[in-house]
Design a binder for this molecule. Structure first.
Ligand SMILES: C[S@@+](CC[C@H](N)C(=O)[O-])C[C@H]1O[C@@H](n2cnc3c(N)ncnc32)[C@H](O)[C@@H]1O
Length: 212
């Protein structure tokens, strides 16, 4: 058999393994999983490498700082993917701080967990969950960071959960470039749970609105 046939067999085998693992997780284990296209796409990790070239660690660190990430805070990265921001945040937060890295995609959380173990990042806590049901305590979080993921979420469900877990003086920082700005702001402000505090290009910072 020629090399190209082996390559084809390899790709088909990977695809089948991905689809089978998706079905097992979703229906047999009843775990939260991302939609099938996102799941398949992420299996091949192409986007991770492409984004890493386009968005250098320096650019990502700057975005975290602009979002308001500071030493000693407890933050959550909702829809953290394979952790492009998680470990940069962990360094900015220092040993007194903590970052919860949450994603619905089991492969992503597995990658972040492996990276945290290999790198010895004690202030990274990985959560495999839906952003609408984080299991975090009420008002436990100083800053919620959502990078390039809000458009994939159940938006109102996520905003309600964000309002629950965020401290009264906390920050909801969303970097969103997929949605049109007017529609995005309409949804976030329309939910009447947050008010826009600052915006720089596609990075939006909101404060929670508390009753009374
Ligand atoms: C485009 S990726 C962005 C990943 C990461 N924030 C970054 O910038 O590299 C969107 C992420 O959101 C996650 N996601 C989608 N729906 C989710 C949900 N309901 N709860 C938690 N994570 C979710 C996906 O699994 C995926 O990892």
């Amino acid at each position: 058999m020629e090399t190209r046939h082996w390559v084809l067999i390899g790709v088909v085998a990977l695809l089948l393994a991905a689809i089978i693992s998706y079905l097992i997780l979703k229906y047999a284990c009843r775990k939260p999983v991302a939609n099938i296209w996102n799941y398949l796409f992420c299996i091949f990790f192409f986007w991770t490498w492409i984004f890493n070239i386009y968005e250098t660690p320096k650019k990502r660190r700057e975005r975290l700082k602009k979002a308001g990430v500071k030493e000693g805070q407890v933050i959550v990265d909702l829809g953290c993917g394979p952790g492009r921001f998680v470990f940069l945040a962990a360094r900015l937060l220092g040993p007194q701080g903590k970052v919860y890295a949450l994603d619905i995609h089991p492969l992503h959380t597995a990658i972040v967990a492996a990276r945290a173990a290999i790198g010895g990042h004690k202030n990274v806590s990985v959560m495999h969950a839906d952003c609408c049901a984080t299991q975090l305590a009420d008002e436990a979080i100083d800053l919620i960071f959502i990078n390039d993921a809000f458009h994939e979420f159940d938006k109102i469900g996520c905003l309600k959960e964000a309002a629950r877990i965020l401290k009264a003086d906390g920050i909801l920082a969303i970097y969103e470039h997929e949605m049109k700005e007017a529609k995005f702001l309409d949804i976030v402000e329309g939910a009447k749970l947050f008010t826009l505090m600052e915006k720089e290009k596609r990075l939006y910072k909101f404060r929670p609105l508390r009753e009374g």
